[in-house]
Design a protein around this ligand. Sequence first.
Ligand code: SAM
Length: 236
Amino acid sequence: MDFKYGKLIMKSNDLMRDIESKSAQVVIGSPPYSGNMNQTSKNSKGCFLNLMKGVIFNGHQILSDSGVFINISTDERVNGSLWQKSNDIAFLAQELGFTLIDHIIWSRTKVSLFRVPFSHIMIFKKGKTITPSPSKELSRTFLEKIWHIPDSQIRKDSLGLKFTGALNPKVAELLISRYSKPGDLVVNPFVGSGTIIAQAESLRRKWIGYEINRDLLPLIKETMGRVVIKTSNTVE
Ligand SMILES: C[S@@+](CC[C@H](N)C(=O)[O-])C[C@H]1O[C@@H](n2cnc3c(N)ncnc32)[C@H](O)[C@@H]1O
């Protein structure tokens, strides 16, 4: 489905491999909870890491040399113990040729028994070594390593099921505007309710988004219907 700046593909993000090599500036996404991936699998961790391996590998191929891979994920409790899945993703990314250049804790919900109340925002650059950017280039926001930004309201998919994984649009806006310019290509492997692609559209980035769950299409259309195209690239 085509929009002014981008394209929504209601299929698996395996298809990222079809994007031209080195054409993207940002690959950004928040992967699903491992328990939501495959109801019949006993090895939800293994399935999850396989999925991430493909996304990180394809992300590496399609990113330009100055591009960034941004992963936003929440650790999980599996069989009662805490699985620090963000760490596993960071190790995978480093094995596949990325270097972690920034790590922000996003404090997003109140403490609950069922959900870890913060997410890890990890930013990776291609290559084994990096040249640190001068600190004057970093905005105040990016020097703050803990972001206190509330979660978005819970919405429902076309079956009436609650969709709980949506990002606050502010988080997507801050990251996209920091790491890309209008006209750059932003790729979102996990569209969900459409928060990231809506911000990419609003900030006039070219974008490609993938979502495997067709029941989310009405929700995504609703999110895209609210997009207002911004004429400046500044974020308050
Ligand atoms: C945590 S949600 C993303 C939420 C999104 N950031 C938002 O703000 O709404 C993860 C999404 O990835 C989708 N997904 C899981 N595996 C996928 C795959 N292989 N290809 C494309 N989408 C996938 C799920 O259906 C789910 O909607």
